[in-house]
Design a protein around this ligand. Structure first.
Ligand code: PSU
Ligand code: MN
Length: 301
């Protein structure tokens, strides 16, 4: 297993079986939210986890070391320029001593599992891209969900993916997908894209019980939490922006990892910046729900 360095606070909590919630660092870096929203997002997510009675554990590669939990005075380091670090990039980031490797969902799950942390909060996971039949673009996040024993709390997947195929993939690899007090799989900026989740849950205790009763002990659990109603964007407006932005990507030859920043920039532009507070609201809300789940898991374990 990959060697991780835990902060003192996270190490003590893990040793004592107290609740911990891992966070990724990509959303807080220059690859995710623009400044100063990224700093606000970090503060609100960390605050929501602490207020919920859990210990926040930001994951990152710093100076070639895989870290789980950062000291408060290190938070500034993850707000800047980063190299995107998915799970397969972790050994390269260590071997080449990257100054700051920003963890995606897949890398965060790998580090959380290695550190003994069983709950992780993020904004949106990666998934099956539209047109994946031709491009083959399926996020490594899905494979990581299937192979690390961690509960991921998200507001759905990235806004512009093929959500139906993402759900099909998760079914095939045996990841339980749960709707948090909600019948539909959330669609990031909006509460639903019209797709049902296989199972709805009402409580953190239920989620903890799902984790402890899995037949395959390496498999994760995915919890979809809809964006709070007050922060939701207009689904029709969003759909139009996405379709146009993806067509523009095609025309301009933008592909792979460059798609996300381009499309997110376009959404921010067209919604007059309203996508940013929406993103902060859903990230904080997920962190709050993840803390409650971590508390329930700590009681169960
Ligand atoms: N969701 C977003 N924006 C992002 C991501 C997710 O709205 O930037 C990040 C997360 O870190 C996620 C990663 O794990 O993108 C997935 O990237 P890819 O599709 O290249 O696997
Ligand atoms: Mn990809």
């Amino acid at each position: 297993m990959i060697r991780t360095v835990l902060s003192d606070e996270v190490a003590r909590a893990v040793a004592d079986g107290r609740p911990v919630v891992a966070l990724e660092s990509t959303i807080f870096s220059n690859l995710g939210l623009p400044s100063p929203a990224n700093a606000e997002a970090l503060e609100r997510c960390v605050g929501a986890i602490s207020d919920g009675g859990a210990v926040p554990a930001v994951t990152a590669i710093l100076d070639g070391v895989a870290r789980v939990g950062l000291a408060a005075d290190e938070h500034g380091r993850i707000l800047g320029a980063a190299l995107k670090t998915a799970e397969r990039d972790l050994p390269v980031a260590i071997a080449q001593r990257w100054s700051f490797g920003a963890t995606t969902v897949s890398a965060s799950l790998a580090l959380a599992a290695a550190a003994g942390v069983s709950v992780f909060a993020t904004g949106g996971i990666g998934g099956v891209h539209r047109g994946a039949g031709a491009s083959g673009d399926v996020s490594a996040d899905l494979d990581a969900l299937a192979h690390h024993p961690v509960i991921t709390v998200c507001a759905g997947a990235k806004a512009f993916l093929d959500l139906a195929r993402t759900l099909e993939y998760l079914e095939t690899v045996g990841v339980p997908v749960l709707g948090w007090r909600h019948d539909d799989f959330p669609a990031f900026y909006t509460r639903s894209a019209g797709l049902r989740v296989p199972h709805r849950v009402e409580s953190a205790a239920e989620v903890a019980a799902v984790l402890s009763n899995r037949s395959r002990k390496q498999t994760g659990v995915l919890v979809g939490v809809p964006i709070p109603q007050a922060a939701e964007l207009d689904p029709a407006e969003l759909d139009a922006v996405l379709t146009q932005a993806l067509a523009d990507c095609d025309d301009a030859g933008i592909s792979g990892a460059a798609i996300t920043p381009f499309v997110l920039g376009r959404i921010a532009q067209v919604t007059d910046g309203r996508s940013i507070p929406a993103n902060l609201a859903l990230a904080e809300n997920n962190a709050r729900v993840a803390a409650a789940i971590a508390v329930a898991v700590a009681v169960t374990e």
